[in-house]
Design a protein around this ligand. Structure first.
Ligand code: SAH
Ligand code: SF4
Ligand code: F3S
Length: 463
């Protein structure tokens, strides 16, 4: 797919926002939000539903049941955007049958492509991540026949006063900050989500208490780089927030993502070790095992620094599980650089990894560096990385056989209703037979002894 012409976005200058000037009043209706991309988008969709709910809209359970369909999109790689273009073509089919149906694009792709989406796709509204308060106004405008766009980025918006309309369950997502200031040269996020800003600590811990009171058993604190969390009022850093959270809801499982190797402090690692309810699992993306590539990526750390963090984690919390992100075939990557990536993964032995082929993104610094690793080479390297990692994950999981994990029960497994599934403290999926006699329920923590494993899953029996 040819990339569409983009307006040049100065990340430090908020973009202009335009909305149709037709006066609008909410006509209400049923809204279906479909979410793509990272957990931040999952959390944002709940915020959008919260905003719409306040304006009299109801959540629809399916597209067939909806008057308004909103796609909350991701722009991280070209194939993420391709998926949305395809989805919009499919939605167009519904729209042809139901004339009054409103279709909107939210999220990172809305912020990146802006008015082009209105011009080149059948879309009624386009709303970027910092303008979700205006969704009801734009939806009502679209219901009245006017298309609208709002893509201004903000330095302060954190949606603190919005009560997210959460999906029922036992796990909740809580954004603790928005945006990213890291400007890794390959990444669109600083452009699609704007400048970094943190929510205040007391508001976050209050939210955690409310979640616990409402039956949630686990929470994941979200930010693109949680280690640069900073609450200006209390001067708290991320370690302070973790400690305050662990104390505010001492029986709740607390997770977080994503850490950055440059900014992850000893204080964070020590706080994790000290509190039992902070889960022993860290997602620490390394991206490449070559210092030359790391520098071209503007990752701001070296392999030595990365290994220093890994060693600190392993010496402080020997049972802590680790996962990572890695990119294959970044511009100028040689076989030697690729081998360095393979070697780092062999040395660390991550429990799991998210592995990607480099996808050049327009207007990033790396875009101008070119995309000189041919697709077949990129894919071959990616496949080597995946094969090696699968082998390592399988070996690590195999070594779990005989050990006992405390598993938070999530419900019946998809494949077999007589089996249940849950997650270990170390974030591994564990499948075990359902046991009516003991009568445990979703949200309980049960001890499971591991008897069998694959590279992705542990299987066991209740102890
Ligand atoms: N803030 C997180 C990552 C967010 S994006 C961090 O810094 O770790 C998730 C992952 O997508 C990144 O870690 C990276 O591995 C991958 N990614 C981002 N941009 C990419 C691109 N242009 N091509 C391929 N992978 C990319
Ligand atoms: Fe993107 Fe880097 Fe920010 Fe992560 S830290 S969101 S990879 S710019
Ligand atoms: Fe995608 Fe935006 Fe998240 S680009 S990965 S949805 S921050």
């Amino acid at each position: 797919m040819a990339l569409i012409d983009l307006p040049v976005v100065d990340p430090h200058q908020p973009a202009v926002s335009t909305v149709s000037d037709t006066p609008v009043t909410s006509t209400g209706g049923r809204v279906y939000v479909e979410t793509y991309g990272c957990q931040m988008n999952v959390s944002d969709s709940e915020i959008v539903l919260g905003v719409l709910h306040q304006s009299g809209y109801q959540r629809a359970e399916s597209i067939e049941d909806a008057d308004v369909v909103l796609l909350n999109t991701c722009a991280i790689r070209d194939n993420a955007e391709k998926k949305i273009h395809e989805r919009l073509r499919h939605l167009n089919f519904f729209k042809n049958k139901r004339e009054n149906m409103v279709i909107g694009v939210l999220g990172c792709m809305a912020e990146r492509l802006r008015a082009d989406l209105l011009e080149k796709e059948v879309v009624d509204l386009v709303v970027g991540p910092d303008e979700y308060r205006r969704v009801p106004e734009l939806v009502a405008g679209a219901q009245g026949g006017s298309k609208g766009i709002a893509v201004k980025l903000s330095r302060v918006e954190t949606y603190d006063d919005i009560e997210p309309l959460r999906t029922e369950g036992i796990s909740a997502w809580v954004s603790i900050m928005r945006g990213c200031d890291k400007f890794c040269t390959f990444c669109v996020v600083p452009f699609t989500r704007g400048r970094e800003r943190s929510r205040s600590l007391p508001l976050i811990t209050d939210e955690l208490r409310r979640l616990w009171d409402n039956g949630f058993k686990e929470v994941t604190l979200l930010g693109q780089n949680v280690d640069s969390y900073h609450d200006e009022i209390t001067n708290a850093d991320f370690a302070d927030l973790l400690i305050a959270s662990a104390k505010a809801v001492p029986e709740m499982r607390i997770r977080y993502t994503t850490s950055h190797p440059q900014d992850m402090s000893d204080k964070v690692i020590e706080a994790m070790a000290e509190y039992d309810n902070i889960c022993k699992y860290i997602h620490l993306p390394f991206q490449s095992g070559s210092n030359r590539i790391l520098e071209l990526m503007n990752r701001t750390y070296t392999v030595d620094r990365y290994m220093d963090r890994i060693n600190k984690i392993k010496s402080t919390m020997p049972s802590c599980a680790l996962s990572t992100d890695v990119i294959a075939g970044f511009c100028t990557e040689t076989e030697e650089d690729h081998q360095a990536t393979m070697d780092l993964m062999k040395e660390v032995r991550f429990d799991g990894a998210y592995m990607f082929a480099y996808s050049p993104r327009e207007n990033t610094k790396a875009w101008k560096m070119g995309d000189d690793v041919p697709d077949d080479v990129k894919n071959r390297r990616l496949n080597e990385i995946i094969a090696q990692q699968n082998q390592i994950s399988a070996e690590i999981n195999q070594s779990e056989i005989g050990s006992t994990h405390h598993v938070l029960v999530e419900g019946p497994s998809k494949r077999n209703a007589s089996e249940w599934k849950g997650r270990s403290d170390t974030n591994k999926t564990v499948i075990f037979p359902h046991d009516d006699v003991r009568g445990y329920v979703v949200g309980d923590v049960v001890p499971v002894r591991i008897t069998r494993s694959t590279s992705a899953t542990l299987f066991g029996e209740l102890v």
